[in-house]
Design a protein around this ligand. Structure first.
Ligand code: NAI
Length: 457
């Protein structure tokens, strides 16, 4: 029997793609060696959001006096937080299983290995069995980057250094934590541990935190967390790790910081080896699997969606990429619009962005104009946030006044950024955005306010 589609990997790209393919009537097999749900469900998006909700609640009640809410004897119970995280993961794991069952997807729990391809399809071995599929969707995800820092591997083996794969099992709060890498994982974990009560130091190679986010917003986030007690060491390179002592070299000289625990969050890389991909010899460039906007590799019938293609490394991009791959298998013409994919950092306040920043636009030679408004223009924000210091920034194409980017630092930013993504995807101009009716009072109104202010420039 030959399947229409075999999916390798059961994370967001894999299970979403398999379920869609099954619903569309494709005979689909999904192979996953661990639990369904991938890093996002077990060691990433969902555990971190569950943890962060507890930290946010704790911080907000601690600072409640200004809202007329006082509580004595507050304390943070890491064991309960982690137990609740486990419950949330269990609930959502059951949901993934049901989704696949309802779509008639067959699931094999084993390591899948590509054996090759012949005239009637891809040959895959999983456990003791062999399978054949006309199409193969690679959704094998990514693994943490382990930089060649002396002592790091030993620290990981001894447990004094953890990655996102291990950190969410913590049942007690470390008194202190050093975070290597001030990107998305590093910042969310710094936000969590500092709010929960750990002393946090973040070491970052670059002169800024948050990678490619708007530079001014990165600065606001930096100031916000510095005030909350996080020690950031920018332009700083880790030179060695000894247990949980981290040595570094910085613009002001060499130093070391000793903590109870070290978190390594120095990026992730696509998982491309160890499962026989080389037998198919897809086109690679600088170690990357080359895929087009339709998820197609150079091998007919071989698709790749999610972190494995190294393009965006976000769960929601993975969903969309998988949808496009299935559409293509069914003969469609869809493509992923990478210009309209929102990104969020779930700090408190949150950072959310979509599209071009002024910096990325300049790199592409686009002539843009930006407008920035304070969150104080949002009635709801002022009502709910004492001293809230967020901003909303629009990046607009100078010629036709088309919206190219939206950048926010504010609570609820994660929930309103999709609307901005929609505006960019549909290529709306400022005058069209000005006419949209936003509910009042909501934080989302800030986008209309920014458009109106831009319109009056
Ligand atoms: P990242 O690429 O976001 O950040 C890594 C940071 O580490 C960079 O700023 C880099 O300059 C720094 N760095 C690298 N080597 C270093 C070294 N030796 N010493 C000091 N700093 C060093 O990667 P991260 O945070 O590990 O996240 C991995 C992936 O997971 C990302 O692609 C991210 O988008 C995704 N993710 C997304 C989340 C979300 O959407 N909210 C949450 C968590 C992760």
């Amino acid at each position: 029997m030959v399947y229409d589609l075999i999916v390798l990997g059961g994370g967001p790209a894999g299970y979403h793609g398999a379920a869609l393919a099954g619903r569309k009537g494709l005979r689909t097999l999904l192979i996953e060696e661990r639990a369904l749900g991938g890093v996002c469900l077990h060691n990433g998006c969902i555990p971190s959001k569950t943890w962060l909700q507890s930290a946010k609640l704790f911080a907000h009640v601690q600072n409640g006096a200004v809202y007329g809410v006082k509580a004595d004897g507050l304390h943070f119970d890491q064991q309960v937080v982690t137990a609740r995280k486990n419950k949330v993961v269990r609930i959502l794991s059951a949901g993934v299983k049901t989704k696949l069952q309802n779509a008639n997807v067959e699931v094999v729990t084993a390591k899948g290995e590509i054996q090759g391809k012949d005239e009637d399809g891809f040959r895959i071995k999983a456990g003791a069995d062999n399978y054949k599929g006309k199409n193969l969707l690679l959704a094998t995800g990514s693994v943490p980057v382990i930089p060649p820092i002396p002592g790091l591997k030993e620290g990981l083996a001894a447990g004094t250094v953890k990655t996102n794969a291990e950190i969410f099992d913590l049942n007690h709060l470390p008194a202190s934590l050093v975070v290597i890498g001030g990107g998305v994982i590093g910042l969310e974990m710094a936000a969590y541990f500092s709010a929960a009560g750990s002393k946090v130091t973040v070491i970052e190679l670059l002169d800024r935190i948050g990678g490619e986010i708007d530079r001014e917003i990165a600065g606001i986030l930096y100031d916000n967390y510095r005030k909350k007690g996080v020690d950031f060491k920018l332009n700083t390179r880790v030179t060695a790790v000894d247990g949980s002592r981290v040595q570094f070299t910085s613009p002001t000289g060499d130093g070391a910081v000793e903590a109870e625990l070290v978190l390594l969050s120095a990026g992730r890389r696509p998982l491309l080896s160890g499962f026989g991909l080389e037998t198919l010899q897809p086109h690679m460039e600088q170690g990357r699997l080359v895929v087009d906007r339709a998820g197609r590799t150079s091998v007919p019938g071989l698709y790749a969606a999610g972190d494995v293609n190294g393009r965006s490394m976000l769960a929601h991009t993975a969903y969309r990429e998988a949808e496009v791959c299935i559409d293509r298998i069914l003969g469609g013409t869809e493509e992923v619009n990478y210009e309209a994919i929102p990104a969020v950092i779930y700090t408190d306040p949150e950072v959310a962005s979509v599209g071009e920043t002024a910096e990325s636009a300049a790199r592409k030679g686009l002539a843009v104009q930006t407008v920035k408004v304070s969150m104080r223009y949002s009635g709801r924000y002022v009502a709910e946030h004492e001293g809230g210091d967020g901003i909303c920034k629009l990046v607009v194409n100078r010629g036709d006044r088309r919206l190219l980017g939206v950048h926010l630092i504010a609570e609820y930013a994660s929930e309103l950024i999709y609307g901005a993504g929609l505006m960019i995807d549909r290529e709306l101009r400022i005058d069209e955005i000005e006419k949209i009716v936003f509910p009042h009072p909501t934080v989302s109104e800030i986008i209309k306010e920014a458009a109106l202010q831009y319109g009056s420039i």
